[in-house]
Design a protein around this ligand. Structure first.
Ligand code: ANZ
Ligand code: ZN
Length: 861
C-alpha cells in the first residue's frame, strides 16, 4: 500500500455519503438531538479559507456527535441577499439573481469537495421566494402584534447614487462609492421594536454560560443600560442673562421671538448619566434639531447655517466621537438647579444628538471628553469634581477624568463616592421636583427599510385612503420582479413600470406597493429556525423546531458579536411574544473562531506581492521575476488587496480535503489566528500519509498484549473526546500525534492492531476520507461515518506504575519503577538492590530507611 490518493478517495467517499444520505437529520429518531451550526456564508463567489476553518471545526463536532450516538442536525445555506449582488449588476451587467445563484452553485461544489457532513436536503437560500415569502408572513405577524411600526427617520443619502447609505458606507462624510458629500434626509422607514425587549436581552446574557465573555460584554455595552437623572433647567433670555459665557459677550441676540419665549418658559429637559458631576457643569448644549434651536434659527441666519452644517455630518457614534466639536452660543442661559445665582451659557452643539435622551445635555468638561474638547475651544471652565485618592488638586488638562473617586468642589456632595453622590442628587431632584431618576438604554429600535432591489420586499401596500396595509397572506410571497435595470441610479423597484401598482386589499382603490426591502440582517435572524423545519405552507412547524432548538453549538466570526447575534436573540423573543415558538435563547453555545493569516510582501513601489512571487536570498527577500528587493510585511488576515490570499480549491487539488482540514485544526487554538504556511500544509500532508502507512500495518493475526499501548490508546480516546467537546481541536490533534508515535514504535501485538483500528475512528471526524479508506482497507463493516466512537476502559485510564526516587542521604541516586501501591518493605528491598545505590553504599548498611509510598525511598547512613 503506497501513498494515500486523495483525488480518488475524496470523490469516492463523498459520493457514497451522498447516495446513502449519511448526514440527513431525522426529526423523529429516538436518539438525543444535537444541533451544530456554523454561520451561513454570503455567496460572494468563492469559499475562502476562513470558511474552511469555520466549517472544519463545526464538522469535527458534528461527526463526533454522530459517533457518540446523537441525531445531529448540521445544515448549510446561503445568506443570499445583499449589496454586492447589486454592485455586480451595475459593474458587470449581470442580474443580481443570476450572479448570486451561480456563486451559490460554485461555492456549494467547493464545500462538497471538503467532505463536510452536512444535511444538504435542508439547504436554503434567503433570496428564494420559498424563504423570503415565509419571512414576509412573519413580518406581517409581528406587524399585527405591534412589534413593527413606521416612522420618519434621518438617513444618510447619497445624492449621486440616489441611495441610502449605511453608516459604515459613509467615509469622511462622503459616499463610499460616489465620493459625493452625504446628505441627511428624512424618510419614512419601518422599524422593529427591539427596544421592547431591551431588559430581556440584557438579562438573558447571564444565562449564556457557554458564550465568550467578550461577546456578552459587547452585547451588554450595545444594549447600554444606564441609570441617570432626567432633569430640567430654568432658561433665561438674553435680557436677563448674566453673561457667564467664556467670551463675556451677552447681548448678541437682542431679539427673542415669542415662540422662543414660550419654549424656554417650559424649561429645558436634559439627561445625564452622571448627575454626581452637577457642580462641575459649565455649560448646557442642545442638538441642532432641538425645538429651541429650530425656533431660534428662524430669526438667526448664522445659527440656521450652523445647524445645516451639523446635519451634514453622519450620526454614527464613531463619527460623532471623532469630528471636531463645534457650537453656537445662543445667548440664552440656564440656571443651576442647586444655585439660582449660577448661570450657564446655552449652546447649540454638533455632538448633541436629537434622538438620544432629550436632545440636550449639561456639559461637564472635567469628566466628559466631548465636553472637555468643547470647553477648550470656547474657553469654558473645566473644574474637577471627582478625584481619585490624592488627585483632588490635580488640574484637568487634555483628558477628562472618567474613573471612580470621591466628590470634590461639590458643596454637600464633597467626600461622597460617585455612586453615593448620584443617589443623593437624584433624591434631592425628586424631592424638589425638578428631576427624576431614570433608566436609559443605548439600544435603538431596529430600522429595517433599505431602498434596494436585492432584498426581501416589505409586504405592505400604501393606500391613500387606508394608509399602510399588510399584503393578505394568501397573496404571499410578494415576489421580486425579474425585469429590472440598474442603468440609472436609484431603487429599481421604485421605477419599475408596473410592479408597485396594485389595488388596496382593503378598499380596492389603486394603491402602491412598498418598494423598500428588508435589511438582510432580518434574513439571518431566523434561518436557523427554518433549517429545523421548512414546511411550504408556513414559516416552520413549531413542535419540530422545539425538538431541535436551541442550537447547541454555534460557530462563527466575532464580527457578528453584536448585530447578528442580538437580532437573532430578539427575533426568537419576538416569536415567543406572539406565541409562535417557545425558546428562550437561540444559541446556547457560541464559539468565535480566529482568522487565517498569511505573510505579506511589498515591492519597492509600495505595491503588494503574493508570497509566491518572492523568495529569500540570504537574509533578504527579492521579487523572483525582477530580482528587485522586497520588504517582508506583517502576517495579516488574508485579503485580496494584500495579495496574500490562498484559494482553498488550489490546495484541495494539491493535497486533498483531509490534509487541508487537518491543517485548519492543528496548529493554533481555534479562537486564535492561524498563520497559513506552506510548511504547515506540507506537514499535514505528510502526516496524512504517515497515518495511511500505519493503517496498512493493521494485522488481524497479531497476538499478545501490550499494556503500554492499551493504556496510551484509552487515555487518548478519553482525552480526544473531551477536547472535541471543548472545541480544543489543536489539543485533540496533538494527542493523535502522540498516539501515532507510540503505536508506530510498538512491536506487533493484538494491542497494536487494535490501536491502529481505533486510530481510524479517532481521526474520522477530522480526516473523514482517509478514515473511510482505512476502514475499508482494514476490512471493517459499514461506513466509519456510521461507526460508534470507541468505548473507554476506565481501568486503563489510571496510571498503574509509578517511578519512585531513591536517595542516599537526600541525594538522588537512582529510580525504580514499581506497581502503584507497592508495600513499604518491598520498596525498601528494591531500593537497596538498585545498581547505583549499591555502588554508592559500597557495602555500608543504612542506619535508617525513610519510605514515602509511590514517591520516594531515602537511605540515611
Ligand atoms: C453630564 C455628564 C458628565 C455626562 C460626565 C457624562 C459624563 P451614555 O453613557 O453614552 O448614555 N448626553 C445625553 N444626551 C445626549 C445627546 N442627546 N447627545 C449627546 N450626548 C448626550 O451617555 C450619557 C451622557 O451623554 C449623558 O451624561 C450626557 O452627558 C450625554 F462627566 O451628563 B452626561
Ligand atoms: Zn385602501
Amino acid at each position: 500500500q503506497s501513498r494515500f490518493n486523495p483525488l480518488e478517495a475524496d470523490a469516492r467517499w463523498q459520493k457514497v455519503w451522498e447516495e446513502k444520505q449519511s448526514f440527513r437529520a431525522s426529526d423523529d429518531s429516538g436518539k438525543p438531538r444535537s444541533y451544530v451550526l456554523e454561520m451561513f456564508p454570503y455567496p460572494s463567489g468563492r469559499i475562502h479559507i476562513g470558511h474552511v476553518r469555520n466549517y472544519s471545526m463545526g464538522d469535527v463536532l458534528a461527526r463526533f456527535r454522530r459517533m457518540t450516538g446523537h441525531e445531529v442536525l448540521h445544515p448549510m445555506g446561503w445568506d443570499a441577499f445583499g449589496m454586492p449582488a447589486e454592485n455586480a449588476a451595475m459593474e458587470k451587467k449581470v442580474h443580481p439573481g443570476d450572479w448570486t445563484r451561480s456563486n451559490i452553485a460554485s461555492m456549494r461544489a467547493q464545500l462538497k469537495k471538503l467532505g463536510f457532513a452536512l444535511d444538504w436536503s435542508r439547504e436554503l437560500a434567503t433570496c428564494e421566494p420559498d424563504y423570503y415569502g415565509q419571512e414576509q408572513a412573519l413580518f406581517l405577524d409581528l406587524y399585527a402584534a405591534g412589534l413593527v411600526y413606521r416612522k420618519e427617520s434621518a438617513v444618510n443619502w447619497d445624492p449621486v447614487d440616489m441611495t441610502v447609505l449605511a453608516n459604515e458606507q459613509v467615509i469622511d462624510g462622503k459616499g463610499w462609492r460616489s465620493g459625493a458629500p452625504v446628505e441627511k434626509r428624512k424618510l419614512s422607514q419601518w422599524f422593529l421594536k427591539i427596544t421592547d425587549f431591551a431588559d430581556e436581552l440584557l438579562d438573558g446574557l447571564s444565562t449564556l454560560d457557554q458564550w465568550p465573555d467578550k461577546v456578552k460584554l459587547m452585547q451588554e455595552n450595545w444594549i447600554g443600560k444606564s441609570m441617570g437623572l432626567q432633569f430640567s433647567f430654568a432658561v433665561e433670555g438674553p435680557s436677563t442673562a448674566l453673561g457667564t459665557n467664556g467670551a463675556g459677550d451677552t447681548n448678541q441676540h437682542p431679539f427673542v421671538s415669542s415662540e422662543v419665549e414660550t419654549l424656554i418658559a417650559q424649561r429645558l429637559e436634559v439627561f445625564s448619566t452622571r448627575p454626581d458631576t452637577i457642580f462641575g457643569a459649565s455649560f448646557a448644549a442642545i442638538a441642532a434639531d432641538h425645538p429651541i434651536a429650530l425656533a431660534l434659527a428662524k430669526d438667526n441666519a448664522a445659527l440656521a447655517a450652523f445647524a445645516d452644517e451639523c446635519r451634514q455630518t453622519g450620526t454614527a457614534a464613531a463619527e460623532v466621537e471623532t469630528q471636531e466639536k463645534k457650537g453656537f452660543d445662543t445667548g440664552l442661559s440656564v440656571v443651576h438647579p442647586f444655585d439660582p445665582t449660577w448661570k450657564l451659557p446655552l449652546f447649540v452643539a454638533n455632538f448633541v444628538l436629537m434622538d438620544y435622551g432629550t436632545g440636550a445635555v449639561m456639559g461637564v468638561p472635567a469628566h466628559d471628553q466631548r465636553d472637555l474638547d468643547f470647553a477648550r475651544k470656547y474657553m469654558l471652565p473645566a473644574e474637577r469634581v471627582v478625584a481619585a485618592e490624592g488627585d483632588a488638586d490635580k488640574p484637568i488638562h487634555d483628558e477628562a477624568y472618567t474613573g471612580p473617586g470621591k466628590l470634590v468642589n461639590s458643596r454637600f456632595l464633597d467626600g461622597m463616592t460617585v455612586e453615593q453622590a448620584k443617589a443623593e442628587v437624584i433624591k434631592r431632584a425628586e424631592a424638589e421636583g425638578w428631576g427624576q431618576g431614570t433608566t436609559v438604554w443605548r439600544l435603538r429600535d431596529w430600522g429595517v427599510s433599505r431602498q434596494r432591489y436585492w432584498g426581501t420586499p416589505i409586504p405592505i401596500i400604501h393606500c391613500d385612503t387606508c394608509g399602510p396595509v399588510g399584503v393578505p397572506k394568501a397573496q404571499l410571497p410578494v415576489v421580486l420582479p425579474e425585469d429590472i435595470s440598474f442603468d440609472i441610479p436609484g431603487n429599481p423597484l421604485d421605477r419599475h413600470p408596473t410592479w408597485k401598482h396594485v389595488d388596496c386589499p382593503t378598499c380596492g382603490k389603486p394603491a402602491r406597493r412598498e418598494t423598500d426591502t428588508l435589511d438582510t440582517f432580518v434574513d439571518s435572524s431566523w434561518y436557523f429556525i427554518r433549517f429545523a423545519s421548512q414546511p411550504s405552507d408556513k414559516p416552520f412547524d413549531r413542535a419540530t423546531v422545539e425538538k431541535w432548538m436551541p442550537v447547541g453549538q454555534y460557530i462563527g466570526g466575532v464580527e457578528h458579536a453584536i448585530l447578528h447575534l442580538l437580532y437573532a436573540r430578539f427575533w426568537t423573543r419576538a416569536l415567543k411574544h406572539i406565541g409562535m415558538l417557545d425558546i428562550a435563547e437561540p444559541f446556547t453555545g457560541l464559539f468565535t473562531q480566529g482568522m487565517v493569516t498569511h505573510e505579506t510582501y511589498k515591492a519597492g513601489d509600495g505595491s503588494w506581492l503574493s508570497p509566491q512571487e518572492v523568495k529569500k536570498t540570504g537574509d533578504d527577500w527579492i521579487h523572483i521575476e525582477s530580482g528587485q528587493p522586497v520588504t517582508a510585511g506583517r502576517v495579516e488576515k488574508m485579503s485580496k488587496s494584500k495579495k496574500n490570499v490562498v484559494d482553498p480549491d488550489d490546495i484541495i487539488d494539491q493535497y486533498g480535503a483531509d490534509a487541508v482540514r487537518w491543517f485548519m485544526l492543528s496548529d493554533s487554538p481555534p479562537e486564535r489566528d492561524l498563520p497559513w504556511t506552506e510548511s504547515g500544509i506540507e506537514g499535514s500532508w505528510r502526516f496524512v500519509n504517515r497515518l495511511w502507512r500505519l493503517f496498512g500495518q493493521m494485522d488481524v493475526a497479531a497476538t499478545g498484549d501490550d499494556k503500554a499501548v492499551d493504556r496510551k490508546l484509552h487515555q487518548t480516546i478519553d482525552g480526544i473526546a473531551r477536547d472535541i467537546e471543548a472545541l480544543a481541536f489543536n489539543k485533540a490533534v496533538a494527542k493523535i500525534y502522540e498516539l501515532t508515535n507510540t503505536v508506530e514504535k510498538a512491536a506487533p501485538s493484538a494491542s497494536r492492531s487494535a490501536a491502529i483500528r481505533t486510530l481510524a475512528l479517532l481521526v474520522a471526524p477530522m480526516t473523514p476520507h482517509l478514515a473511510e479508506e482505512a476502514w475499508e482497507l482494514m476490512g471493517q463493516e459499514g461506513l466509519i461515518a456510521d461507526a460508534a466512537w470507541p468505548a473507554v476502559d476506565p481501568a486503563l485510564l489510571v496510571e498503574d506504575e509509578v517511578t519512585v526516587a531513591v536517595q542516599v542521604m537526600g541525594k538522588l541516586r537512582d529510580t525504580i519503577t514499581v506497581p502503584k501501591g507497592t508495600a513499604k518493605d518491598q520498596l525498601e528491598a528494591l531500593a537497596l538492590a538498585a545498581p547505583n545505590v549499591l555502588r554508592t553504599l559500597d557495602g555500608a548498611t543504612p542506619k535508617k530507611v525513610i519510605v514515602v509510598p509511590d514517591r520516594l525511598v531515602n537511605l540515611v547512613l
